[in-house]
Design a protein around this ligand. Structure first.
Ligand code: LLP
Length: 434
């Protein structure tokens, strides 16, 4: 579900015309819909309401201060993975007591920073890290709240680079050893075990891996609750979203943004209601607080990347549409071969399209936003929207090729707010000297 649709032939976000935003703020431009963010947040909370839940939004997906502050106001806490993210969460108005700190490589300085802030818990990924947290806590004479990240060894996740729940990747401690490690942790005087955590991967589009992982960990979680009085079970994030809309056969995929809704069909076998229906009965009997760490589900379909067609070019059999957004602005296609629907800002009636590669100006063959994509006839100066770019879009952007990073705009109804200005050339060299 999202708030991007054609209205009188023009693509709008809520009540705001996107071409107007492209002209006012320039391109490439990230645009986020506040109503979409809020509705995803509320839907998730409503679906899981039989449980005592705390939403800890995984801010690596999108950490713009405006996005974080809107979510904090809705009651969300934050799943952070660096001291920098903790800093952002607080700057946005988040409470440290609702922040968890995850990641396999926390430095001593980061641990100290988080301890001083008084975070909800460290999500600990190894025995070595546990020892380090204990040592830092001892020097500060402050008990460190921890939850161990248990790897349930379950296969899940859409792409090899984003599965995390098996032993073939670096995350967590093996679930067979978890009890022994909790026992060791309980003997450390500056450690307090407050929870247990799992996260099996990202962009998961069926409910089965979640159910399998939760079932696998349930006996352990019960034992930890009874023996160590842990208070919460975090079931991580990973809920997948619709990137490729399900369209009636024969209609081009540039025709309707997020066509699934219009087609009246569910494009994904996983809905939030199914997720809740499956997991609530498993989790409720625990009588514990359940933490959720969704990132993509909250923001993915709440954002688009607007770009302008610079050139059209033909090489052999190939047609290229060269746009002003590149892999440095949106890395996902280049990095994961991921699909993002691309639609023109001015509606085109379905007709004959042409197969094109949509590419950026960066000097790499891997710099593309779409390959062999059927798009309508385009001209220099046309604007396009790259859909579902709200998660892992701007946060993975870089200055590669000395390209200033794009501006970000948050739309609320008919109002739009510039929530990050476009970078300048001066920003590019900030901190450098000759
Ligand atoms: N919790 C933990 C411990 C995580 O590692 C992650 C994501 C999340 C929660 C949030 O997962 P989500 O609900 O967003 O699926 N850059 C990749 C995705 C990397 C995900 C990393 N961890 C992409 O663009 O697809």
């Amino acid at each position: 579900m999202h708030e991007f649709r054609y209205c009188r032939g023009r693509l709008v976000c809520e009540g705001t015309d996107l071409e107007m935003l492209a002209r006012r703020y320039g391109t490439p431009l990230y645009v986020y819909s506040q109503a979409t963010l809020a509705s995803h947040c509320r839907r998730l909370m409503a679906a899981l309401h039989p449980l005592d839940t705390l939403l800890c939004y995984a801010m690596k997906a999108n950490s713009n201060l405006a996005v974080l502050s809107r979510l904090a106001r809705l009651g969300s806490g934050f799943d952070t993975v660096s001291a920098g993210e903790l800093y952002r969460a607080l700057r946005a108005g988040g409470k440290a007591s609702r922040c968890v700190f995850a990641g396999v490589g926390k430095t001593e300085a980061e641990i100290r920073y988080a301890l001083r802030l008084g975070i909800l818990a460290f999500h600990v990924e190894s025995v070595a890290e546990l020892r380090r947290i204990h040592a830092v806590a001892a020097t500060l004479r402050r008990r460190a709240p921890v939850a161990l990240r248990v790897n349930p060894d379950v296969v899940a996740g859409g792409h090899a680079k984003i599965t995390t729940g098996t032993y073939e990747n670096k995350f967590g401690i093996p679930w067979e050893r978890a009890l022994a490690i909790y026992e060791a942790a309980a003997k450390l005087s500056w450690i307090e075990t407050v929870g247990v955590q799992m996260h099996i991967g990202s962009q998961i589009t069926t409910v089965a891996p979640f159910a399998q992982a939760v079932r696998r960990l349930l006996p352990l979680v019960r034992a930890l609750r009874d023996r160590f009085r842990i208070r919460y079970f975090s079931i991580g994030g990973g809920i997948g979203i619709v990137y490729r809309p399900a369209l009636e056969s024969g209609s081009p995929d540039w025709w309707r943004p997020g066509g699934a809704r219009r087609a009246g069909r569910t494009a994904l076998p996983l809905t939030i209601e199914l997720y809740a229906r499956t997991l609530v009965p498993l989790l409720r009997p625990l009588g514990m607080r359940i933490l959720l760490e969704p990132g993509r589900f909250i923001v993915g379909n709440a954002g688009v990347l607007l770009t302008r067609v610079e050139y059209l070019k033909h090489l052999g059999r190939k047609n290229y549409v060269i746009v002003d957004a590149a892999m440095n602005d949106l890395l996902r296609p280049a990095f994961y071969d991921s699909y993002h629907q691309i639609v023109p800002l001015r509606e085109r009636m379905p007709g004959r399209g042409t197969a094109v590669d949509v590419v950026g100006p960066v000097c790499e063959s891997g710099d593309f936003l779409a390959k062999d994509r059927i798009l309508p006839e385009l001209q220099e100066g046309d604007h396009l929207a790259v859909m579902s770019a709200g998660a892992y879009g701007f946060t993975m952007a870089s200055n590669y090729n000395s390209r200033p990073r794009p501006a970000e705009v948050l739309v609320h109804g008919k109002r739009s707010l510039l929530v990050r200005r476009r970078e300048t050339f001066a920003d590019l060299v900030r901190g450098e000297r000759k």
